[in-house]
Design a protein around this ligand. Structure first.
Ligand SMILES: [Zn+2]
Length: 234
C-alpha cells in the first residue's frame, strides 16, 4: 500500500466518526422540536386567553361609558320637561324619554352580561395557565434527558474532532489539500476502494495501467470520472 494512503484512510475514518456524531446530534432534533412545539402552543393559548381578558374588559368599559352618557342625556330631558310650556313639545319629550329608557335598559342588561364575560375570560386564563404548567412539568424529565444526551454527544464530538485534527498532521500537505477539496464535493467520501476494475464510488472502469499502479501502491490515483481517490482493498 502507498505510504500516504494509510494516513489518508486513517483520516477518513476519523472524519466518518465526526460525521456519525453529527448525525446522532441531528437525530435529537425531532424530539426537541416536538417538545418546543407543544410548549409554544400552550404559550400561545395563554397569550390568547390574556388578550381575551383585555378585550372583554374594554367591551365592559365601553358599555359603562355609553350608559353614563345615556343617563346624563336622560337627566337633561327630565329637566327640560319641567320647564316646557307647549303640550306638543311636552309629549315629544315624553316619547323621547320612554324610548331612551328602553334603550338604556337594554344597554344595562348588556353591561351585566359583559361583566360575566370578563369573569369567564379570567377563569379561562387560570385554566390555561394550569395547562401550561402541566406541559412544562410533563416535559421536564424528557428535556433534561435530551440535554444530557446532547452534552454527551458534544463532548464526543470534541474528542472526535481533536482526533481528526491529529490525523491530518500525518498526511502530506498537497495530498491533504486534495483530500479536503474532494470532501467539499458531491461524493460522500474522498477515498474509495476499487470495485473490481471500476471506481468504488461511480463504477466507471479504471484503465488497466492506472489500476496496476493503484494495486502496486506505486501512486495515489484519482477516478477520471468522479475525482475520488482510489485504493486497492486488502
Ligand atoms: Zn469514480
Amino acid at each position: 500500500m502507498h505510504p500516504d494512503l494509510e494516513a489518508l484512510l486513517a483520516l477518513q475514518e476519523k472524519d466518518q466518526a465526526v460525521a456519525a456524531v453529527d448525525e446522532a446530534l441531528q437525530g435529537l432534533e425531532p424530539e426537541q422540536r416536538t417538545l418546543d412545539e407543544a410548549l409554544a402552543a400552550a404559550e400561545r393559548a395563554l397569550e390568547a386567553a390574556r388578550r381575551g381578558v383585555g378585550e372583554a374588559g374594554r367591551r365592559r368599559d365601553e358599555l359603562e361609558g355609553k350608559i353614563a352618557s345615556y343617563r346624563t342625556m336622560q337627566e337633561q330631558r327630565r329637566q327640560r320637561l319641567e320647564w316646557v310650556r307647549g303640550a306638543k313639545e311636552a309629549s315629544t319629550l315624553m316619547a323621547e324619554l320612554d324610548l331612551a329608557r328602553s334603550v338604556l335598559a337594554k344597554e344595562e342588561a348588556e353591561f351585566l352580561r359583559s361583566g360575566d364575560l370578563v369573569t369567564e375570560a379570567e377563569l379561562k386564563v387560570l385554566e390555561v395557565e394550569q395547562a401550561l404548567a402541566k406541559v412544562r412539568e410533563g416535559q421536564a424529565a424528557q428535556r433534561e434527558a435530551l440535554a444530557g444526551r446532547r452534552e454527551e454527544l458534544a463532548a464526543q464530538r470534541e474528542r472526535a474532532v481533536a482526533e481528526r485534527d491529529a490525523a491530518t498532521r500525518l498526511v502530506n500537505g498537497a495530498l491533504l489539500g486534495r483530500y479536503e477539496r474532494i470532501r467539499r464535493g458531491k461524493a460522500p467520501l474522498a477515498l474509495y476502494a476499487l470495485h473490481g476494475d471500476a471506481c468504488g464510488h461511480c463504477f466507471t472502469a479504471v484503465p488497466t495501467q492506472r489500476r496496476v499502479l493503484i494495486q502496486r501502491g506505486a501512486s495515489i490515483e484519482g477516478c477520471e470520472a468522479c475525482g475520488v481517490l482510489l485504493y486497492a482493498a486488502e
